[in-house]
Design a protein around this ligand. Structure first.
Ligand SMILES: *[C@@H]1O[C@H](CO)[C@@H](O)[C@H](O)[C@H]1NC(C)=O
Ligand SMILES: *[C@@H]1O[C@H](CO)[C@@H](O)[C@H](O)[C@H]1NC(C)=O
Length: 546
């Protein structure tokens, strides 16, 4: 048998390592030639029917750190094995497809993920009567029962091909004759400007967003950026969007952000640091987490105007159709968790009545496949190349702190301006700048650079720092730059002055049976509840005893 040449095993690849709270992008070193590697014939066999993004082991001996995947992108159509090694102390979990602490990995004795039986969806001649589709074992089952979250085929294959591209009941592709503003917006590749306005007449909207708890660690940062002096070209103060998680949040500070016209949105109640909890969350999990978080904010930040209409999934782990079904039932208007990979032209937000117009690249591939009456405020990846004229192929990044190559204020400034120009000089899709406050606070030069960028942008007359809701309002009523001064939707809470509702919030020391042994402080202008609000008891009134 022919031995593969040494180059075949040399490949650089990366794997996401999930440890504690952080997703660390690990670059794995080049693996040198593996003299014991399998030969071409057995590679073909190993890779038959195996997805190119699935990692598996060649052996169960050793320390459980090494895995490979099939790479079909090689020259001459030869399939090669790309290798990855977890850092010392970690092991590769083939079920979850990630490196983790060795003690957490229970499948070192398995070579790969258990194979799932797939339904037979593509056949030259129909194999089932009309309205039915074939399971993997040839059984015919009603089409509606495929991908409904419950196995109906005896081999359960009806639940195994449910991605945006495969779900037999997926939303249809964008039909511009059916999808009409103000309620529906879509375009074939996602890049079209609403209202077919000429790019030169489109305001360049920038959405600054923050994820996480609002508290003493970051209130000063928000005061600094949104200092009340900075105004958009229409004379109104610049605005931001806050995706608030519950634990450690100071609700009197949230109340004041809302008073000053910023948008409050939800980032879940528990922010549980287990990414798969979100990816595989049930309808009830999403309901308790997101509707529960909204209830807490409304009550303890006294937000009574129904303005909390958006959400972002922790770790951007979108929960597929379940999440969006819950959103529609609970009147959430938008999600802001789906990422679009870096392309030549950025994507405008879209509604999900029709199929999403780009690949589901991150988000653990669990994007919604069905039709939902929900806006997707898509996160366009940023181009982080330090010198964009020099074409090194670095993938884009969605949160600014995941642009890990940015280390200095100067680099951050270049990132902001380069990506601004990418949006401004093409279709002027809203530019999202998504932050964790801790990153901006980690170096003074980052904060200075952001402030400098904002001032510079406000020196023009066609750039607006707006909230997610304001983006939707503009898209629903696309208005050219020269008429924007009088655009009423953007005049609300235009120039807010005055003092917070309360100068001395209650600092309620609270416990809950759900978090035994923890005493947490809840800061609010409202009355203290009996218990610390948590997932089974979001009002803090106590468990209802039935
Ligand atoms: C909570 O927020 C309010 C309003 O911004 C502020 O006055 C108060 O000092 C904050 N409390 C803590 C402990 O951060
Ligand atoms: C809560 O909001 C309502 C309605 O806006 C207002 O009447 C009330 O005074 C507020 N209460 C506190 C404590 O801020």
């Amino acid at each position: 048998m022919v031995r593969v040449s040494s180059t075949i095993f040399i490949i650089v690849t990366s794997v996401i390592l999930v440890v504690a709270n952080e997703e660390i992008n690990l670059r794995v070193k080049r693996q040198e030639e593996d003299p014991e590697g399998p030969d071409v014939g057995s590679i073909e066999e190993l890779c038959h029917d195996r997805p190119a993004d699935e990692y598996f082991r060649l052996t169960t001996e050793g320390d459980c750190r090494d895995v490979v995947r099939c790479d079909n992108a090689g020259e001459n159509g030869i399939t090669r094995l790309a290798t990855v090694r977890c850092p010392i102390g970690l092991a590769f979990d083939v079920t979850r497809q990630t490196c983790d602490w060795k003690s957490n990995v229970k499948n070192c004795d398995q070579l790969g993920k258990p194979r799932k039986v797939l339904p037979i969806l593509k056949t030259d001649e129909p194999v089932c009567p009309e309205g039915r589709l074939s399971c993997g074992n040839g059984e015919c089952v009603e089409k509606e029962l495929f991908c409904n979250g419950k196995p109906d085929c005896k081999d359960e294959s009806d639940e195994n091909a449910c991605t945006v591209d495969l779900d037999p009941n997926r939303a249809p592709e964008c039909d511009p004759t059916q999808c009409i503003l103000p309620d529906c917006f879509c375009s074939a590749d996602g890049t079209r400007i609403p209202g077919n306005i000429e790019p030169q007449q489109v305001p360049q909207m920038i959405t600054i967003t923050f994820n996480g708890a609002v508290n003493v660690d970051n209130i000063d940062l928000y005061e600094d950026i949104f200092n009340g002096q900075r105004q958009n070209p229409n004379g109104c103060q610049i605005k931001g969007t806050f995706f608030v998680s519950h634990k450690y949040t100071n609700y009197s500070a949230v109340q004041d952000l809302h008073r000053r016209g910023h948008e409050i949105s939800v980032f879940s109640l528990t922010h549980k640091d287990e990414p798969n909890y979100w990816t595989h969350g049930t309808y009830d999990d999403w309901l308790a987490e997101m509707a529960g978080a909204r209830l807490i904010i409304e009550r303890f930040a006294n937000i009574t105007d129904g303005s909390i209409i958006g959400m972002r999934a922790p770790y951007l782990r979108v929960g597929g159709n379940k999440q969006f079904e819950m959103m529609a039932d609970q009147f959430f208007v938008y999600d802001a968790s789906i990422t679009a990979s870096l392309g030549r032209v950025p994507i405008w937000p879209y509604t999900l009545y029709f199929r999403m117009p780009h690949k589901c690249n991150g988000n653990a591939h669990n994007c919604p496949s069905r039709s939902h009456p929900v806006w997707e405020m898509v996160m366009n990846e940023l181009d982080r190349r330090d010198d964009p004229t020099f074409d090194e192929s670095l993938p884009g990044c969605h949160m600014i702190d995941s642009c890990s190559n940015v280390q200095t204020g100067e680099q951050f400034g270049r990132l902001l301006r380069h990506n601004f120009n990418r949006h401004y000089n093409t279709n002027r899709a809203p530019l999202g700048l998504h932050f964790h406050a801790s990153w901006l606070k980690s170096k003074k030069e980052y904060r200075d650079e952001l402030n400098k960028f904002i001032e510079e942008m406000l020196g023009r007359n066609d750039v607006f720092f707006v909230t997610m809701l304001q983006v939707i309002q503009w898209m629903q009523n696309p208005t050219e730059l020269n008429a924007l001064r009088d655009f009423q939707e953007w005049k609300e809470k235009c120039d807010v002055k005055g003092q917070p509702y309360c100068s001395l919030p209650n600092a309620c020391p609270l416990t809950t049976r759900e978090l035994p042994g923890e005493t947490l402080r809840l800061f609010t202008c409202m009355e203290c509840p009996n218990n610390y609000p948590w997932i089974l008891d979001p009002t803090g009134d106590g468990f209802s005893v039935k």
